[in-house]
Design a protein around this ligand. Structure first.
Ligand code: ADP
Length: 155
């Protein structure tokens, strides 16, 4: 089983509400491996690219404005099946419908203000990681916990 990398953004609401640590803790305690992390102010230009699949939606500009309302924390997490594991931890888009125990279910009351962005597939993850990180900002470092996180045949 190969390891994957995925892109996570902690949205401006998460930063403003003081929830950065709470959300990072969800990924850390699961056993995911942090490869890169930085605080960024996003622009309309990068968001138009990032949310291009929403360009025809009536809420497109509103979502972009929300993503520019404060900095975001951009992170790259690694692990076996990391893309799906992270999406499951986040829960569905609408925070009100997300189950307790998921990040959105525990911290969000909104469709739009839903705490976190996470890549939805391998192709998207590759493009999104490149969009937010230069290659030298992603570190390859060995986790001491690796042998206690996976069985030998899992990765
Ligand atoms: P996800 O972030 O779960 O992958 P999408 O890619 O469909 O979901 O949408 C991107 C973001 O746009 C969502 O996280 C949310 O902030 C916002 N959004 C999507 N659909 C709606 C909606 N119907 N009403 C308000 N905001 C929405």
């Amino acid at each position: 089983m190969a390891k994957e990398r995925t892109l996570v953004l902690l949205k401006p609401g998460t930063v403003q509400r003081g929830l950065i640590g709470n959300v990072i803790n969800r990924f850390e305690r699961k056993g995911l491996h942090l490869c890169g992390m930085k605080l960024m102010q996003l622009t309309d230009e990068v968001l138009s690219e990032h949310y291009a699949h929403l360009a025809e939606k009536p809420f497109f500009q509103r979502v972009k404005n929300s993503m520019m309302a404060a900095p975001v924390v951009a992170m790259c997490w690694e692990g076996v099946d990391a893309i799906e594991v992270v999406r499951t931890l986040c829960g569905p888009t609408n925070g009100r419908a997300a189950a307790p125990g998921t990040i959105r279910g525990d911290f969000s009351m909104s469709f739009q203000e839903n705490i976190v962005h996470a890549s939805d597939g391998p192709e998207t993850a590759a493009v999104e990681i490149k969009r937010f990180f230069k290659p030298e900002e992603l570190l390859d470092w060995g986790s001491c916990a690796h042998g206690f996180t996976y069985a030998n045949d899992e990765c």
